[in-house]
Write a protein that binds this ligand. Sequence first.
Ligand SMILES: *Cc1c(COP(=O)(O)O)cnc(C)c1O
Length: 415
Amino acid sequence: MPNRLAVDGGEPVRDRPFPTVSNASGRRIGTPEEEAVLDVLRSGQLNSTVGPVTREFEREFAEYYGVDHVVASGSGTSAIHLAVAAVDPEPGDEIITTGLSDAGTVLPILAQNAVPVFADVDPASGNLDVDAVAARITDRTKAIIVVHLFGQPAPVAQLRALADPLGIVVIEDCAQAYLTTVGPDAALAGTVGHIGCFSLQQSKHITAGDGGLTITDDVDLARRARLFADKAWPRDTDERSHLFLGLNYRMTEMQAAVARAQLPRLAGVVEDRQRAAALLTRTVAGLDGLSAADPRGTVYWQFPIFIDPENAGGDAPDYARALAAEGIPANGGYIVRPLYLTPVFTERRTYGESGYPLLVPPATAVPDYAPGLCPNTEDLIDRRLLVIGWNENYSDDDVADIGAALSKVHAAKRP
Ligand SMILES: *Cc1c(COP(=O)(O)O)cnc(C)c1O
């Protein structure tokens, strides 16, 4: 029985590990990074307020993306916190976002005392649905945080068309979307909204272990973001003052040294991920009940597969379990539950016992963070979204093994 599934005791398709973002097998880090870190150490200037490297990296990233302003910080979460703080909501103001993302997308909203309002997603991509966002807008909506999930382009131009007449700021979470392109003119994700946010965490396309970047063409948003990352200390004047409530979110010179050396590698990383993804996309196209992401503009932080359980003979958790037994890095749902069903929301665990700002007042209304709030989001996480771990160092043979395992599981599950 050569085709018995490994989950039922058969021979697994794959017995060697795949390259992974969790160690050197799936990361591109070499002599330029080593030398840059040593240079920083030998200079004795480890902090970006005295050393030149972080400012140079910001300038280089600004040029790379063709934007006026880049502010570096310590993480992708802080990059989004800078963006929210730059918008400067009143306590209880609303920011619309998705429940299908990393928590780093939404926690900064609460940290800035605004209320996260969750809109549902497009079942074909997991990205925010424009009509669902429109239905959530109120006179207290100050911003929209849109995620380009797995590096698939979200409908950010349509969201701007919705937001601009109302004075609502569009923040793009590009943590998974370096060099994602949006729309027919292939604009870079992160430059279509008012502010773009990137992460340099271990698992992203380029990494410094942790790190974040906030980009914008708006001089006022940029100035507030920069001040917020540095205790609102106006270092461009001589005064040791603190202009508003800000924290220390500065990137260190060693982080910047590594990140800066990673930047020239980025285009190759994206290209190699896309080349490998094209092979698996072809395999998935032949499997009834399974569909791959639209490759246009997508940069494959991971490789999402959308499952129609009735036609596929099983749901995403079934497929993920079977694939894992075959030796394939796969998971069902991406996250365990929508962000709005985590305790920070369901139990309002914010500041002490207060529940602030999820109260009326300061809010005008607080969403019911309960099952049923965003049905497409819940269906994707519970049944329809299969996620294959992806990497720039996958060989054609690696992708062939993934395709073979997927075809094997599909053949066994389909009646
Ligand atoms: C990784 C990630 C974040 C958070 O970035 P950190 O650097 O881990 O803080 C935010 N949003 C998305 C979509 C992410 O993938």
